[in-house]
Design a protein around this ligand. Structure first.
Ligand code: FAD
Length: 418
């Protein structure tokens, strides 16, 4: 289909994460030539299942959020992937040495009350922290929750944006025993060639199409879909024409938060809970959360949000595992903690081609999602989780955004076709 004289390819998709793979799926089988350019050595982006001797660890997305509406859930069902539909342990009471059941009830009630204020009477400042009850003893707990939900403190979260997500989301959060990242990467269509280790360094849109500069040379395409994260787009990693300043600015207003995961392996016989969540310190706004034996596996999955996640990447894995082991020994006793071995840790915020976990809008900036998703001169199209109006920060939102951008490309190419 590409005009050989002018274009190397009809459509280039930049980035092979959930959005890029979603776009590739939509464009596949349409008689178009499509290339997927991926900067790193693997596909999946923030969808990454690390297989450690048969133990699949989701280093990025793990939960099929809003499972009833989730396009990946549908693909999993269609492909016969096993889905674990049990409720997550997040909201269940946790036997905790320093967080009694009554305190847990109070903390959950404080969260619900804050949530209701935010939804029913959003603060004029649009700053989610302004819906906190000043002086409430559970404000630190709410900040810790914000670290897990958005990867940033409430002061940096737009109430409008948060509410848009909450209104669209459902309570169903399911899991994939084989891994969410594995599901995403298994869905790259076979007729779309992926070029690994090919970072796009500059993008220009001229009258006819798009010119992309990579270390392997220049590529001319009729259209391109950009799916890189907002932190990559906001950085100077990709040179863009000044006409795209509004898109770059939108990306800076939708930064990625910081969330990391560390996995311990449970070795030997030890009495540790199954499918149970334990917060290290409910009064600490930077507290990690431990998820014991997820899916009955011999693992402790540790979630770190916001400042604690930044700290972990600054300290490096060895020091981080030491620190978390000390916290676990304080909670479980040193005998039980001696059965835990460091297994794997993420470092999203310092990974060159991602730069964080998932996007949140800064106060008063929720409208930038719409700006970021606008096509540019019917040549450049934008996808990625951050462009989704209400399923941002998720893998299914990324999938939908890729499908939407691919439809825009198809419509534009149909108009331009002689
Ligand atoms: C710790 C963590 C936990 C999460 N948990 C969940 C969860 O439970 N459920 C959920 O739904 N979501 C979760 N998410 C979010 C979810 O993973 C993301 O929203 C989604 O995967 C983003 O997909 P994307 O395609 O928009 O972006 P990405 O996955 O970032 O894909 C963009 C791709 O572009 C590539 N790229 C970057 N620069 C260039 C360049 N110059 N040239 C070419 N390629 C480039 C990158 O390498 C990457 O592969 C989590 C994320 C993290 C980090």
């Amino acid at each position: 289909m590409a005009n050989e004289k002018t274009f190397d390819v009809d459509v280039v998709i930049i980035g092979a994460g959930a959005a890029g793979i979603g776009a590739a799926r939509r464009l596949s089988g349409r008689g178009l030539s499509v290339w997927l350019l991926e900067a790193s050595q693997r596909i999946g982006g923030r969808g990454w299942t690390l297989d450690l001797s048969g133990l699949p660890l989701d280093m990025g997305c793990g939960w099929l959020h809003s499972a009833e509406h989730n396009g990946w859930r549908q693909l999993a069902e269609d492909g016969g992937w096993e889905i674990d539909r049990r409720e997550a342990a997040w909201n269940e009471a946790q036997p905790h040495p320093r967080f009694s059941e009554a305190e847990q009830d109070e903390a959950h009630a404080a969260f619900r009350a804050w949530h209701e204020r935010l939804m029913d009477a959003p603060p004029a400042s649009d700053r989610a922290s302004d819906a906190l009850d000043p002086g409430n003893r559970w404000n630190g707990y709410l900040q810790a929750m914000s670290g897990f939900i958005s990867g940033a403190p409430l002061e940096r979260i737009s109430a409008t944006d948060y509410n848009a997500y909450e209104r669209a989301a459902t309570e169903q959060n399911w899991r994939l025993p084989r891994g969410y990242g594995a599901l995403i990467t298994a869905h790259l269509p076979t007729d779309v060639g992926c070029r690994f280790a090919t970072p796009v360094e500059a993008i220009d849109a001229d009258g006819d199409g798009v010119v992309l500069t990579t270390p392997q040379g220049t590529i001319r395409s009729r259209a391109a879909i950009i799916t890189v994260s907002t932190n990559v787009l906001a950085s100077s990693a990709i040179r863009l024409p000044s006409a795209l300043d509004d898109w770059r600015h939108a990306a800076t207003c939708l930064p990625l938060g910081c969330d990391e995961k560390l996995f311990f392996e449970i070795v030997g016989e030890v009495d540790l809970p199954t499918e149970q969540v334990l917060i290290a310190d409910p009064y600490d706004p930077d507290s990690p959360v431990f998820y014991f034996r997820p899916l009955e596996r011999p693992l402790v999955e540790t979630f770190l949000g916001g400042r604690s996640a930044h700290q972990i990447t600054a300290d490096g894995p060895a020091a981080s595992f030491d620190h978390l082991s000390t916290l676990l020994a304080g909670l479980l006793g040193s005998e039980a903690a001696s059965h835990l071995r460091p297994l794997a840790s993420s470092a999203w915020s310092i990974s060159t081609y991602i730069g964080g976990s998932y996007s949140h809008a800064l106060p008063t900036q929720a409208h930038q999602r719409q700006q970021l998703g606008q096509p540019f001169r019917e040549r450049l199209f934008f996808a990625g989780e951050a462009t989704h109006p209400n399923a941002f920060s998720t893998a299914h939102g990324a999938l939908e955004s890729g499908t939407r951008a691919a439809d825009e490309v198809l419509a534009s190419l149909a108009v331009r076709r002689p």
